[in-house]
Write a protein of this length. Structure first.
Length: 347
């Protein structure tokens, strides 16, 4: 496929044409938010590529015998399709449909997740070449698995990473927050695809924010794009604050979008918390100068009307969540971390 001569589609609707480096918009309403902000199809495709620094990414490309392994060639190999949105590309004049390119099996999942030789050899001897792993972004080894007609993301995790991810999920659920579903796996943590195989489109915040993750800038953007998403965003960064998650960035939160009209439906569920809490060791006792606490309190000072979105947290709730998870950790230390950080938030 010529990298600069193709159509960009949402489902079976052509939304733009990329010809000789020039992007022509055909349907503004359904155009990916990234392309509304940055009229560059090549950079958009690059954002959809598997992280080339992941060891299993290199094994996957080798097993698939990709002649060109750059990001754009990798993405174009599967027509730019992903599990979590219905955007894709095809050569100009092609008769391909969305049904032809959307993913229907997880044949290469074990290679993408584990990278062992048996999975590599099995993949290398297959005639299949279409896999959602080539557009499975992120820096951790992971894969998509299809279970009873539903896509689940499996991500490698240590004991403490797994506990931290499960704790945030269970605590958020107990507090009535909008959470992606997480379950414990064997050496991995797994989460249910919250788009239901692109029944709705997920638009990462990077699509409309670039890499600007400043709290005030994000709420200003949401006020213009989707004001209804602001309460869930405040709860997201509240959870990051009390659970000491420094890894919130514009590629792991975002908005959900109607695939038929392009309208923004609201905030996507809270996901990707495997660097929170005790995943990198037990954080020390929080102090007033803590960065995440300082940033959150600054937003509350700027927008005191957002304080109503902060839930009430009790030690009893924290202890019940730890008990529900049932993993061996330093219970009192986790209680002290979360409740100590909660106590420093301006409510």
């Amino acid at each position: 496929m010529d990298k600069k001569n193709y159509e960009i589609l949402s489902g079976n609707t052509v939304v733009a044409v990329w010809r000789n480096g020039i992007l022509t918009v055909e349907n503004e309403a359904l155009l990916p938010l990234y392309l509304k902000r940055v009229k560059n199809a090549e950079s958009w495709l690059e954002t959809r590529a598997i992280d080339s620094h992941r060891a299993n990414s290199r094994l996957l490309k080798k097993a698939l015998r990709l002649a060109e392994k750059d990001d754009i060639s990798t993405v174009v190999h599967v027509n730019g399709a992903t599990v979590t949105d219905n955007y894709w590309v095809r050569p100009i004049g092609s008769e391909l449909t969305y049904d032809d390119v959307k993913f229907t099996d997880d044949y290469f999942s074990n290679l993408a997740l584990k990278g062992n030789y048996d999975s590599f050899n099995r993949a290398a001897n297959s005639r299949r070449s279409k896999t959602p792993e080539l557009t499975n972004v992120g820096s951790f080894e992971k894969c998509w698995k299809l279970r009873n007609g539903k896509w689940w993301m499996y991500k490698k995790a240590t004991h403490d990473e797994m506990f931290s991810e499960l704790f945030v999920y269970e605590l958020g659920s107990a507090l009535g927050m909008n959470m992606a579903v997480y379950q414990r796996g064997d050496g991995c943590i797994k989460t249910l695809d919250f788009t239901n195989a692109a029944f709705v489109n997920f638009e990462p915040a990077s699509a409309f924010m670039g890499d600007n993750e400043d709290y005030s800038a994000v709420v200003d953007a949401l006020e213009k794009l989707c004001p209804d998403a602001i309460p869930d965003y405040v709860r997201l960064i509240f959870m990051d604050t009390i659970c000491a998650n420094p890894d919130r960035h514009t590629n792991n939160f975002g908005l959900l979008r109607d695939t038929k009209t392009g309208s923004l439906l609201g905030f996507a569920p809270n996901y990707d918390n495997n660097m929170a809490l005790i995943s990198r060791g037990y954080p020390s006792k929080p102090k007033a100068g803590d960065m995440l606490i300082t940033l959150f309190n600054a937003l509350m000072d700027e927008h005191p009307e957002y304080r109503k979105y902060i839930p009430i947290l009790t030690e009893e709730t924290v202890r019940s969540v730890i008990a529900k998870i049932g993993m061996r950790i330093k219970t009192q230390a986790v209680v002290d971390i979360v409740m100590g950080r909660y106590g420093l938030i301006k409510k």
